[in-house]
Write a protein that binds this ligand. Structure first.
Ligand code: MRU
Length: 340
């Protein structure tokens, strides 16, 4: 299979190199993926993360297995294993289902490898398209609040919400960004801050609990977030804490946008209540771990509730910024997402 390169993944000379996002920003460590169980562990441990990137990493591995000569049954087993690695981001299922169809049709290894390269190139193009559409909505001097990490670490391209931000910045819109830390795994503090710093975008890091005060003080002009799965009625799942931001945005009359590619829309999902929300380990809430070290701050056996995502209802969303256009609630009710 041909070489592929993004910020967080590299397929080179038949090997998949993964930038271990658990170690960022302290250490830029590239791990060479050993086998499918290793890839599942990397995905579940969030070394590889972000809805589109999960699907792309899994797709690359399937292309790799096809290229080395795995047969139809072996490829199907690998797809089944990877498909179950995380439940919420639908991009993973979308990309793997696309490859499973090819495998079922008896496609040869070259066709499967070509499809993986097409998926990779397509994600880069989807990022560019939605970023342009979103940047057109950003006004000169805007202060934008964002949550989690939705940039080049989460996609093959420039990202979704962060793609909008870096595009608006490049257009000279003089924006600044409120980056919330995104407890419990700190994707905002560790990853978004790292990306914005590299891109030269002015930002301030805040604790998650500070966003309400900022909005009350009139210091947030708009909120841009990503998504892991969008139902056709517009409800969507994203990193836990997104729903709270949407409620606050409604109360303070701050425009609240979700930015995602069409691969994040689940046409089989009618509403947010049907989205499977991943529950994660108690230790993520009892303390913290990263390249900076680790500690537990709660009683060691403290009972924990740790959903990785929450669901934001469509009525709290100002607009859905997709690669194909920007849609409001009326468009969504009229079926705009169902036809994507
Ligand atoms: O658990 P994570 O880090 O994979 O969660 C990521 C998010 O929730 C992102 O906002 C979402 O995947 C969109 S990434 C373009």
């Amino acid at each position: 299979m041909k070489d592929l390169t993004s910020t967080a993944l590299r397929y080179k000379n038949g090997k998949l190199h993964v930038l271990d996002q658990r170690k960022l920003p302290g250490e830029e460590h590239w791990h060479i993926c050993k086998d499918e169980n290793d890839l599942v562990a990397l995905i579940q441990g969030l070394a590889i993360r972000g809805a589109p990137l999960l699907g792309i990493a899994a797709a690359i591995w399937v292309g790799h297995c096809a290229a080395r000569g795995d047969n139809r049954e072996e490829l199907t087993n690998t797809i089944t294993l990877l498909r179950a690695s995380r439940p919420t981001a639908v991009n993973l299922m979308n990309y793997l289902d696309r490859l499973q169809k090819l495998v079922d049709s008896g496609a040869d290894r070259l066709s499967i490898a070509d499809e993986v390269a097409a998926i990779f190139a397509e994600d880069i193009a989807l990022c560019a398209a939605m970023s342009e559409r979103g940047a057109a909505l950003v006004e000169h001097g805007d202060s934008i609040l964002t949550h989690c990490n939705t940039g080049s670490l989460a996609t093959a391209g420039i990202g979704t919400a962060i793609g909008v931000i870096t595009t608006a910045h490049k257009q000279g819109k003089n924006i600044s960004v409120w980056v919330d830390e995104t407890r419990p795994l700190l994707q905002g503090a560790r990853l978004t801050a790292w990306e914005l710093e590299k891109a030269g975008v002015p930002y301030h890091l805040i604790c998650d609990s500070m966003s309400a005060g900022l909005m009350a003080a009139g210091k947030v002009d708009r909120i841009l977030v990503g998504a892991d799965r969008i139902a056709i009625n517009g409800d969507f799942a994203n990193k836990v804490g997104t729903y709270a931001l949407a409620v606050l945005a409604k109360h303070h009359d701050v425009p609240f946008y979700v930015v995602a590619p069409q691969t994040t829309v689940d046409k089989h999902c009618t509403d947010g209540a049907s989205i499977d929300i991943e529950q994660r380990s108690a230790d993520e809430v009892r303390g913290v771990a990263g390249s900076f070290g680790s500690c537990t701050w709660s009683p060691v056996e403290a009972p924990v509730y740790n959903p990785a995502f929450d669901v934001t209802p469509a009525e709290l969303v100002t607009g859905w910024i997709l690669n194909s256009g920007v849609y409001d609630l009326d468009d969504v009710i009229a079926g705009a997402l169902a036809s994507k």
